[in-house]
Design a binder for this molecule. Structure first.
Ligand SMILES: C[S@@+](CC[C@H](N)C(=O)[O-])C[C@H]1O[C@@H](n2cnc3c(N)ncnc32)[C@H](O)[C@@H]1O
Length: 272
């Protein structure tokens, strides 16, 4: 979709473990250049190691993708292609120790980057019930208001410290620990901690300015809240035309191989 070739400039706004970055560097060999952004510190270090063999063809930044425009303007370059593969990586879920997974017992942190001030623990223990309800409502958590009230009562007895404290509260309130329910509750807190939708809107608004005419932007989202923002943006931004009528979704074969891909949607636009 990005039509990667040599001599061009690409941006990976969510480097993660460097899978997309490496594929872009391989296909744009020997002269393509990649600017990579990864907000999470340990992921950034791992990707830096993996991609070091590409020498000065790769420039990595341990920064949020909201800085893409600033960095490219400072470097005096425009991009031929930009990719954003949103959300969490398997690494963050399984190895970060920051409480992203309801299947582990870890501190309720959920910060992608430790410079962020708010944590999931602070939200659960200190947001007033109205504000907490807003977090759950925005995250489309079922019975959001009553669940926020329940948390408000429960924390008077004992504050929330770990992911399993939250799982316990879900179990008490909803009488179930269905995975899809836990996922949506954890997701709503993660979105609030990292201001994910706000950051997404900011980057979408800014990146057309640093994309060459004919250059493409490919975005993979993993849940409807994100996808709604991306879809509406492609529909309404006059600087872009859609490349695909419908988003690309994984085949059954891919989902079998990689179940975490099941909710992925790829949308692609081209700079006019
Ligand atoms: C789905 S993973 C990307 C995986 C990657 N495509 C790969 O090949 O390994 C999303 C990554 O984006 C990072 N991330 C999330 N929000 C970010 C932001 N605002 N700026 C930069 N990176 C971000 C996460 O830390 C995570 O590593």
């Amino acid at each position: 979709m990005l039509q990667v070739t040599k001599d061009k400039v690409y941006v990976d706004g969510t480097v993660g473990m460097g899978g997309h970055s490496e594929a872009i560097l391989e296909r744009s060999s020997p002269t393509g250049v990649l600017y990579g952004f990864e907000w999470n510190e340990p992921s950034f270090e791992l990707a830096k190691k993996r991609l070091s063999k590409y020498g000065n063809r790769v420039k990595l930044f341990n920064k949020s993708f909201i800085y893409i425009k600033d960095v490219l303007e400072k470097e005096g370059v425009l991009a031929d292609g930009i990719v954003l593969d949103l959300g969490l990586s398997s690494f963050l879920l399984e190895h970060s120790g920051r409480g992203f997974s309801f299947q582990k017992d870890e501190p309720l942190d959920m910060r992608m980057n430790l410079e962020t001030e708010i944590t999931a623990e602070k939200i659960l223990n200190t947001y007033d019930v109205k504000r907490l309800a807003q977090v759950f409502l925005k995250g489309e958590v079922p019975s959001a208001i009553r669940f926020a009230q329940f948390i408000g009562e429960k924390r008077k007895r004992k504050s929330f410290k770990t992911t399993q404290d939250l799982v316990e509260a879900v179990k008490e309130f909803y009488k179930t620990t269905r995975k899809s329910l836990l996922a949506v509750i954890f997701q709503s807190l993660r979105i609030e901690v990292n201001e994910e939708l706000k950051n997404l809107e900011k980057v979408l608004n800014e990146v057309p300015e640093v994309l060459k005419p004919g250059g493409r932007i490919a975005i993979i989202s993993f849940h409807s809240l994100e996808d709604r923002v991306v879809k509406n943006w492609f529909k309404s931004d006059p600087r872009l035309k859609p490349v695909l009528k419908k988003p690309v979704v994984p085949t059954l074969e891919e989902i079998k191989r990689n179940p975490r891909a099941r909710s992925a949607k790829l949308r692609v636009g081209e700079r006019i």
